[in-house]
Design a protein around this ligand. Structure first.
Ligand SMILES: [Zn+2]
Ligand SMILES: [Zn+2]
Length: 607
């Protein structure tokens, strides 16, 4: 869906109109408030206000109780069915209208000069200055809006929270008070959204990651640099095992590269100077600057170039779980979602043009395989295309290859029935790219991995192959990372499964629990036997009572508990309790082992 369609969308109008209604309510309740901007967003809307300063010279804020009062006033305005009226005004008229609203005056100056819109965002065109008015409230706005306030479903919106936000996102500017609201088509959608948020909070990967002993962040190590605990390391091994198995079958070759290199490499790749802001500063040694790598690509290009390649060698598929380091602002780091060190399921495929479609579909097949394994039912691929106007500036100046690769990608996705939409003028500098959006089990959206076509970098690295006619040609390169980074993927999986990982991925698969001390030896030997079978099993021989041991295993979300007492010792059986609460008594040990091994081999979703 393009941006234009999105603006026409009814829900967009509901959210945008709700933002105006909220601003009216706030101005009525706080007549001295200064209003800034209030756009619709993904799940609702916000509006930024300046309420002046407290006695201690700090910005005055709203309280949670205020939100309830504002919401109540909004419902009254909605019930008034006030029409939204549009008009165009001159810059001077606009200035007169908003003479006591300094933020609006700043925006009007920008609109008059051109280059920004009424939210202060940069735009190419110069739109006319216009306003929308409902009841007593008039806002600088291009719309679109509903016909009247009564079309906002009064039972389908809610003011959510208050946050500080700098005017125009600049920390040198005043701190404004942002009220976030959520708005939906109907009450049911709203309640689904609120339930999802509740559930997401319970499943928060930062909370579960600590409770399940998967990862920690330590201030002395540094922000955004996660430490993987033994349970997290097991999950990493399993994901790498999955990648290794899948990629080997798909004809990839594994390589390894160092974590740092000389400046020269990144100058050649073009990361320097353009990407320098996202890189860690250099270290200098023997008069040479070294950088830790923000990406693995340049190393793989060097490996490709390490010998003469013939068309018969192509495609060359080099893969590595490479650790990269990127500088993200401290304020933007979030658990495993935004980090500074990341281990990436990276690979680069070097192929001839005529091999491209098949290679590209091969990559899509990996995505689909992983989605099936993780039970990801809803996903969408976004194909970002170039715009001819940007050739030679935003985009590599090679119209033929743009046309051709975009067409190939589009056809490949259509032929493969892959759900996708196109985003014009959003491509990477060096070629079209696919971003993958997926939804967790509770319907929260994540963007995980990208798949990019690159026809700019191979010539920069002088990558060639000898074609059938004995002439040198430049290969295409596909960058891909279907399993993303361990950080983002495991963060996602924690939420997706709420920590109830499938058996193959669970850090501990089996916990053996003796009924009394007298059964400790049997429990110990049983765990040893399971370990010898390659299972991650542990006997809980501590001093807790059996019920406490069961509760601990449940808290750690261990898939299988084997409770053993006199009967089990006598018959060489186990009493199986599954994580989902189901039970099976007097199960022969051999049968249990066969069952769990099959589940692991198939990477089954269920228990
Ligand atoms: Zn507006
Ligand atoms: Zn790459």
């Amino acid at each position: 869906m393009s941006a234009d369609n999105k603006e026409q969308d009814q829900l967009y109008k509901v959210r945008h109109s709700a933002a105006h209604v909220m601003a009216q309510a706030v101005l009525e309740l706080y007549p001295h408030a200064k209003i800034a901007i209030g756009p619709p967003i993904d799940t609702g809307f916000y509006y930024d206000f300046d309420l002046g300063k407290n006695e201690d010279n700090r910005p005055r804020s709203f309280s949670p109780e205020d939100l309830a009062i504002i919401e109540k006033r909004m419902r009254q305005i909605i019930a008034g069915r006030h029409p939204f009226a549009y008009r165009e005004v001159s810059a001077d008229e606009a200035r007169a209208l908003f003479h006591d609203q300094p933020y609006k005056l700043e925006l009007i100056d920008g609109l008059e000069k051109g280059g920004i819109d009424e939210y202060g965002n940069e735009v190419a065109e110069k739109p006319p200055i216009s306003t929308y008015q409902q009841a007593t409230f008039e806002d600088l706005c291009r719309g679109p809006h509903l016909e009247h306030t009564g079309q906002i479903p009064a039972d389908a919106f809610k003011l959510m929270n208050i946050a500080g936000a700098y005017w125009r996102g600049d920390e040198h500017n005043p701190m404004l008070q942002r009220i976030y609201g959520t708005a939906w088509r109907n009450k049911k959608e709203l309640s689904e959204h609120l339930t999802m948020l509740e559930e997401a909070k319970k499943r928060d990967h930062r909370k579960l990651g600590r409770e399940l002993e998967i990862f920690i962040l330590d201030d002395e190590v540094g922000p955004g640099l996660p430490l993987w605990l033994p349970n997290g390391a097991v999950m990493i091994d399993e994901l790498e095992g999955l990648a290794k198995e899948t990629e080997t079958a798909a004809g990839y070759e594994r390589v390894r590269s160092p974590h740092l290199s000389k400046e020269d490499l990144f100058l050649r790749s073009g990361h320097l100077p353009y990407y320098a802001e996202s890189m860690y500063p250099p270290m200098e040694l023997e008069g040479v600057k070294y950088y830790v790598k923000p990406m693995n690509c340049p190393f793989h290009h060097k490996i490709y170039a390490s010998k003469v390649r013939s068309y018969r060698d192509l495609p060359v598929r080099l893969t590595e779980y490479g650790t990269c380091y990127r500088y993200e602002k401290s304020g933007e780091l979030i658990g495993l979602q935004r980090v500074r060190s990341m281990q990436m399921n990276d690979a680069h495929i070097y192929c001839a043009e005529e091999q491209f479609e098949q290679e590209f579909m091969g990559v899509i097949a990996l995505y689909l395989k992983y989605f099936a394994i993780f039970g990801i039912e809803k996903y969408m691929m976004r194909l970002s295309l170039h715009h001819p106007k940007g050739l030679g500036k935003k985009y590599v100046d090679n119209p033929r290859l743009w046309q051709k690769t975009e067409e190939m990608v589009r056809n490949a996705m259509r032929n493969g029935n892959v759900p996708f939409f196109e985003a014009p003028d959003e491509a990477a500098f060096y070629g079209p790219k696919i971003d993958v959006q997926m939804w967790s089990a509770i319907g929260r959206e994540f963007s995980l991995a990208t798949n990019q076509v690159d026809f700019a970098v191979p010539p920069r690295f002088d990558l060639t192959y000898v074609n059938r006619e004995g002439k040198e040609e430049t290969p295409l390169c596909i960058h891909r990372a279907p399993l993303g980074t361990h950080e983002r993927t495991i963060g996602f999986l924690i939420e997706h499964y709420a920590g109830n990982f499938p058996v193959w991925l669970a850090p501990q698969q089996v916990r053996v629990i003796p009924i009394t001390d007298g059964h400790n030896e049997y429990a110990h030997n049983l765990a040893a036997r399971l370990k010898a079978e390659g299972l991650r099993a542990h006997a809980d021989l501590g001093t807790d009572r059996m019920n406490a041991k069961i509760r601990n295993a449940q808290l750690m979300k261990i898939p299988y508990m084997l409770v053993v007492g006199d009967q089990e010792v006598a018959n060489e059986t186990v009493a199986l309790r599954k994580r989902d609460g189901s039970r099976q008594d007097a199960l022969p040990v051999g049968e249990f082992i066969a069952h769990i091994k099959q589940s692991i081999r198939q990477r089954a979703a269920g228990l």
